[in-house]
Design a protein around this ligand. Structure first.
Ligand SMILES: [Zn+2]
Length: 276
């Protein structure tokens, strides 16, 4: 690794630890003494904004979760990602933190838009790294929108989604679409704690505009196992071996969607989740 990159990484690890600590301090304060909060907006929204801003840092930067990342920039991709996907309110908070620490973050703006997030692979490729070892093939499923909606809603009702409802996502799926549900590998990043009988799934979802994006599902294994495969065994193996890259996720799709369709009727009837 180049020296500049190593130096930048050291700096970002230190800054990440301080950001997570300071976010927790504020969250803890306002959770206990909400009357101290001065605004703008409701205190719960502020708390959620802080948690969303830093929640990838422990896994990515501090936990060394950047394995196999072809990030060409200096430092950590996770750190850049935090910056590149931050909302205006999150950026204001981050900038005030950076200034307090005397940390020069201007390089984060010089990277430009990287990487270009693309539709996830739905075909195997012969190029190097174009496939991965199939994993838990029997749990790979192709489901229709109704089935995905049922799984996601059930998961919310059973308290497995961290309080996040799937209504907005469900409303934006292609009603006639087929979606792929792939069990995460044991060394993938999990969003919730490991619980017996509960697993997380990486889903390739077809949206109403034809885009395929990656979304998460955290639910009971038995719920997914009970769903018919919807694929032949050979197709299950193929899907389980699909490469993963800089896949466009639901959050980024939603951001583009808000920009191109600010008056969307589907959005008007459901609440859009924050970054996850
Ligand atoms: Zn919409």
């Amino acid at each position: 690794m180049m020296l500049a990159k190593r130096r930048r990484r050291r700096g970002e690890r230190r800054v990440a630890a301080i950001l997570v600590r300071n976010a927790l301090l504020e969250i803890r304060l306002y959770a206990a003494r909400s009357e101290l909060y001065q605004g703008p907006g409701p205190v719960l929204e502020y708390i959620r904004m802080l948690a969303d801003a830093v929640h990838n840092l422990p896994g990515g930067v501090l936990g060394g979760g950047e394995r196999g990342n072809a990030w060409p920039g200096e430092g950590y991709h996770t750190f850049y990602w935090m910056w590149a996907t931050a909302s205006p309110a999150q950026k204001r908070w981050l900038v005030s933190q950076f200034q307090e620490m005397g940390y020069d973050h201007t390089y984060l703006d010089q990277v430009g838009a990287w990487p270009v997030y693309t539709q996830p692979a739905t075909r195997l490729s012969l190029r190097r790294g174009g496939m991965q070892m199939p994993h838990d093939v029997a749990s790979v499923k192709a489901v229709d929108t109704q089935t995905f909606a049922r799984l996601a809603t059930e998961a919310y009702e059973r308290g497995l989604t961290g309080g996040k409802r799937a209504d907005w996502l469900i409303a934006h799926l292609d009603p006639q679409g087929t979606h792929l549900v792939l069990p995460k590998r044991t060394d993938d990043v999990f969003f919730g704690a490991k619980v017996d009988g509960v697993w997380e799934y990486r889903c390739l979802l077809r949206m109403f505009d034809g885009a395929i994006v990656v979304g998460g599902l955290r639910t009971e294994r038995a719920s997914v196992d009970a769903v018919p495969a919807g694929l032949t065994r050979r197709e299950q193996v193929r899907v389980a071996a699909l490469p993963r890259g800089h896949d466009r996720g639901v959050y980024l799709w939603g951001r583009d969607h808000n920009a191109t369709e600010p008056d969307c009727a589907r959005c008007a009837s459901t609440e859009q989740p924050q970054q996850s």
